[in-house]
Write a protein that binds this ligand. Structure first.
Ligand SMILES: O=P(O)(O)OC[C@H]1O[C@H](OP(=O)(O)OP(=O)(O)O)[C@H](O)[C@@H]1O
Ligand code: HPA
Length: 186
């Protein structure tokens, strides 16, 4: 079911960002080109495992957007994009984001108290982005029904599960300077 996604992950090049082994893949980088079949596989997988009894799909710019958009089209649920720039609207929520290779701020608008949401992202790695986003969603009063990452790399998902969050993924991988290894998939 995830044939093309898995094959493409196995063949993904890895570059070092300092000490951080970074895999480059069409779904997580838009590079070199994103085969629509891979997006379809990801969306079918999410629909298979996710709780989609929600009012809004939340994703994080930039590379959560392609998969969240395709999911939104398939299930007719609107998207809220967590942005990396301020709009200074009333009630905008600002949180710090840290990944394995970058630091910044995330800005959340468009979540009302009581909104039932699913968070969808292309990758979870250190869990820094997801944790910041989940905290912001809690501050906004959202009911977080589910969180699905297409690719799970490293220990971030485990950390969030230990904190009590419901974290799902389609493919679990190990990344080293020598390449990507598939550990598990749905
Ligand atoms: O679990 P973490 O270590 O936080 O990594 C996961 C995040 O990293 C990537 O985003 P990035 O901030 O690189 O931005 P991009 O989507 O614009 O590439 C990815 O889209 C996730 O949001
Ligand atoms: O290694 C990675 N590759 C692509 N996107 C990512 N987001 C976090 N880590 C990675």
């Amino acid at each position: 079911m995830l044939n093309k996604l898995i094959k493409s992950l196995e063949n993904a090049p890895v570059i070092m960002k300092g000490d951080y082994p970074y895999f480059i893949h069409p779904l997580t980088d838009g590079v070199p080109e994103l085969d629509p079949d891979i997006v379809r596989e990801a969306v079918s997988g999410i629909i298979r495992i996710a709780d989609l009894d929600v009012d809004k799909i939340v994703t994080v710019e930039a590379m959560g957007i392609p998969v969240a958009t395709a999911l939104s089209l398939a299930v007719s649920i609107p998207i809220v994009v967590v942005r990396k720039r301020a709009y200074n609207l009333p009630n905008e929520i600002v949180v710090d984001q840290q990944t394995g290779y970058s630091k910044g701020k995330l800005y959340i608008n468009g979540i009302e108290k009581g909104d039932r949401v699913i968070l969808v992202d292309d990758v979870i790695s250190t869990g820094g982005t997801a944790l910041a986003t989940l905290k912001a969603l809690e501050r906004a009063g959202a009911v977080i029904k589910d969180f699905v990452a297409v690719v799970e790399k490293g220990d971030g998902a485990k950390m969030l599960r230990e904190m009590g969050y419901n974290v799902k993924s389609l493919v679990k991988i190990e990344v080293s300077k020598d390449g990507v290894r598939i550990l598990d998939h749905i």
